[in-house]
Design a protein around this ligand. Structure first.
Ligand code: ZN
Ligand code: ZN
Length: 357
């Protein structure tokens, strides 16, 4: 029985093109006790592969986190299958704001230790004791409250291209760093401030809100379904959109446009631009923002050094890489000192009316 993806991304792209059918990109997550993640993972793969599902799905003893695409006309079958699984019955699916048939080109269902890399020890607090979930309407109301501190729970390269107005955007590479910074900066305001959080689809806030409650914060709120669900509700109910720029996503689309504002700039020349790319040098792959003019000039590379290596014959590049692992894994860091226009988000609480003694 086939339990793993066999086609290359290129072969898959050709198949999707040939099929000529619209695909639907969506995501969901659920914390639940899964006793045998490997067995569960294999069952999912068998059913979903037949449904032509593509995506990146993590299964762990603590639950499931899935981002995927499937042919739109098979959505009902897919939903019916989820409904056969007790903890996924009737689950909210976050339908992507901007659709693209090529959002995913492989089906990868992986067993992981956790469904989000959070760097936390679960035994220290109760993850089910989470913050108050708010919808878009209530969220808009809450963030106007002067007692509210609005915090973006994502990483620096995500908030750099889009975030809610007046949000604090910690300049962090990991979720864990964010938790520590927020706790430290707000330690004198655990009771008198509303801590309101958001992330892409809600999963990171699920953990973070429970964590902050455990740490003694009294008024903890989280945006239900994250930016994706917020946007859907704003469009459906004609609400005020308080999000500026793009929503970074972890698939081939890279981002969804939520408002027309371009809030970032090309890391190499400083022109307003908000499309991420990965350095074309296979030994680098740095995630950074590069405008079309710089892309052409630099041959899609992040530095002259990378450009020179990238220009070498393949065999020579391989010889150079021998014994070295990728220095910049995709999505991991997205920082380099030689990029003059990488925005510094470090002074995160400067726009906050909190006195720091
Ligand atoms: Zn540029
Ligand atoms: Zn590079």
């Amino acid at each position: 029985m086939q339990l793993y993806n066999k086609l290359s991304a290129k072969e898959r792209a050709e198949l999707i093109e040939k099929a000529g059918k619209d695909r639907l990109t969506l995501s969901f997550y659920q914390y639940a006790k899964i006793t045998n993640p490997q067995e569960f993972r294999d069952q999912l793969f068998i059913v979903w592969d037949k449904l032509d599902v593509l995506g990146r799905i993590y299964v762990a003893k603590e639950g499931i986190n899935g981002q995927l695409s499937l042919p739109a006309d098979r959505f009902n079958e897919f939903k019916a299958h989820l409904d056969t699984i007790s903890f996924l019955k009737g689950i909210r699916l976050n339908i992507a704001v901007e659709q693209d048939n090529m959002s995913f080109l492989k089906l990868k269902v992986k067993v992981r230790h956790k469904i989000v890399a959070d760097g936390l020890n679960d035994d220290t607090f109760d993850v089910t004791n989470k913050g108050i979930h708010v919808d878009a309407d209530k969220f808009n109301e809450l963030i106007e409250d002067e007692k509210t501190v609005l915090v973006d729970m994502r990483n620096h390269y995500e908030s750099e291209i889009g975030h809610f107005k007046n949000a604090v955007t910690p300049d962090v590479d990991t979720f864990r760093e964010s938790l520590d910074i927020i706790e430290e900066d707000l330690k004198d305001h655990k009771e008198d401030k509303n801590l309101v959080m958001y992330c892409t689809g809600g999963i990171r806030c699920e953990k973070a809100s429970a964590y902050f409650k455990h740490k003694g914060f009294k008024n903890v709120f989280q945006l239900e379904g994250g930016i994706i669900e917020y946007t859907r509700q704003v469009n459906e109910n004609n609400l005020d959109n308080k999000f500026i720029g793009k929503n970074f996503v972890f698939d081939e689309r890279r981002a969804e446009k939520i408002s027309d504002d371009v809030i970032a700039q090309c890391h190499q020349c400083g022109e307003p631009f908000d499309v991420h790319t990965n350095c074309a040098n296979d030994a680098c792959h740095l995630l950074f923002i590069q405008c079309d003019a710089c892309k052409e000039k630099m041959n899609n590379c992040c530095s002259t050094n990378c450009k020179e290596i990238h220009a070498l014959p393949f065999e020579e590049q391989k010889a150079l890489r021998k014994g070295q692992s990728n220095s910049n894994d995709i999505f991991k860091k997205g920082r380099a000192d030689y990029l003059p226009y990488k925005k510094d988000l470090r002074n995160i609480f400067e726009n906050l009316k909190v006195d720091k003694k």
